[in-house]
Design a protein around this ligand. Structure first.
Ligand SMILES: C[S@@+](CC[C@H](N)C(=O)[O-])C[C@H]1O[C@@H](n2cnc3c(N)ncnc32)[C@H](O)[C@@H]1O
Length: 411
């Protein structure tokens, strides 16, 4: 066992964690802004408590798993403190890249990245978790820890007090016999859970539901779960992809649908950017058997969901799903059509930078005169921005809440 020598046999945690240069961490390639940081007080609390518990229980780095480490603060601070062999799971491609870059920048090595699976958690005795926003994601994680970690594993979950709810304790309590919320410190709070319960034979996720003949499969962290989001439905409707009574069919022009059909004999490349569970990609692939469809998302939970959705709808031969940030691996000018239902929440703060990134990515990957179909909450008024970043933008459809636009990539 690889326990840092200076921590072994300490009678009690002294409260001294070696100073780690948190302020040198960066969020890049994620959106950076003055009011957005690459670490928070919860990271520090998790590190401090993690070091204390590891010393008390003689836990080495290879018995520690970290989940939800946004930009690597927890993993890097602990590794820097001497814990080698930590396993870490991050959902976002941006977070994974930020961790790799921060590690290189600070010269910290000796940890390994994993998906949320047995490889991450087998024999782990200490699991440090930045609480996710969605209860479904927390449920999947808590079950995974109870399922795969050591029988004496302790889960320490932390969050900002203003974002925490009693429902989180309940969800953790489904997988752990003892759940102890701690006193708040620096506006953050830890929940310490132990005594993993016996798990059901089947994990609670993924879940599946069928809408208009399309089966959607969702892991806990995927946007909208196995539901079809209202915005997604409005976009499908405008594209004539939501069944016979679609907006495109009703208005008789079918413009959106025709314009995305192959016209010159070559198969079209269509990108579902920020694919979530893959509802847009699969609906498009089913209606356009000749198209080559790429579905991409920065969330690993979304990617796993989209892959399962693609399988469930038997279009795996025509749809590729990739884990990537803002289509960075897709060559410039190589896509004919982009389908986009952009995020407008960044973490728990409303920030339009996330959508702008995807508009810029669309402009980059589209060929000249390629088309971007976007749906957004009408109050957001993205039309001018789309016109500036992509090209001529027209309103295709509007409901009381949502607007669908088509932008033509300027030559
Ligand atoms: C509003 S959801 C739409 C999901 C899906 N297209 C649908 O309509 O149900 C936005 C999706 O964009 C993804 N996303 C946000 N920023 C991204 C980025 N920089 N690169 C790739 N995907 C991103 C999110 O993870 C989320 O799955």
């Amino acid at each position: 066992m690889n326990v840092p020598a200076e921590r072994v046999g300490r009678p009690a945690y002294s409260g001294q964690v070696p100073e780690f240069p948190y302020s040198r961490l960066r969020r890049w390639p994620d959106v950076e802004a003055e009011n957005l940081q690459a670490h928070d007080a919860t990271d520090r609390l998790l590190v401090d408590r993690g070091v204390a518990l590891a010393a008390e229980r003689r836990i080495g780095g290879e018995q520690i798993a970290v989940i939800g480490d946004e930009y690597g603060a927890i993993t890097l601070a602990l590794t820097d403190a001497g814990f080698r062999g930590i396993r870490v799971h991050q959902d976002l491609a941006t977070g994974r890249r930020a961790l790799a870059r921060n590690a290189e920048e600070l010269g910290v090595e000796g940890f390994a990245s994993h998906e949320l699976d047995g490889g991450l958690l087998a024999d782990a005795r200490l699991v440090l978790l930045q609480l996710p926003k969605a209860l479904a994601e927390l449920e999947e994680i808590a079950d995974a820890v109870a399922r795969w970690a050591a029988p004496d594993a302790v889960l320490v979950a932390g969050g900002r007090v203003k974002h925490m709810t009693l429902a989180q304790n309940e969800v953790i309590g489904r997988s752990f016999g003892l759940v102890q919320p701690q006193r708040a410190e620096r506006k953050s709070r830890l929940i310490v859970a132990s005594e993993p319960r016996e798990v059901p034979e089947r994990p609670p996720f993924p879940v599946a539901a069928t809408h208009d003949g399309v089966t959607i499969v969702a892991h806990g962290g995927a946007f909208a779960g196995a539901r079809l989001d209202i915005g997604t439905r409005v976009l499908l409707d405008a594209l004539g992809l939501s069944g016979a009574d679609s907006f495109a069919t009703r208005t008789g022009n079918g413009a959106a649908r025709r314009s995305t059909d192959a016209a010159d004999g070559r198969s079209r490349t269509v990108l579902d950017l920020g694919c979530g569970t893959g509802a847009l990609a699969v609906s498009y692939a089913r209606a356009h058997p000749d198209a080559r469809v790429i579905a991409t998302d920065r969330s690993a939970a979304a990617v796993a969901s989209a892959r399962a959705t693609v399988e469930a709808n038997e279009v795996a031969d025509r749809v590729d799903v990739t884990h990537d940030d803002a289509a960075s691996e897709i060559p410039d000018g190589s896509v004919d059509v982009v389908l986009l239902n952009p995020p407008f929440h960044l973490g728990t703060s409303v920030h339009t930078g996330a959508a702008t990134r995807l508009f810029e990515a669309s402009a980059r990957v589209l060929r000249p005169e390629g088309e971007l179909y976007t749906v957004f909450n009408s109050s957001l008024g993205y039309r001018a921005e789309l016109g500036r970043l992509v090209g001529a933008t027209e309103q295709l459809h509007r409901t009381p809440k949502f607007t669908v636009t088509r932008s033509i990539r300027r030559p």
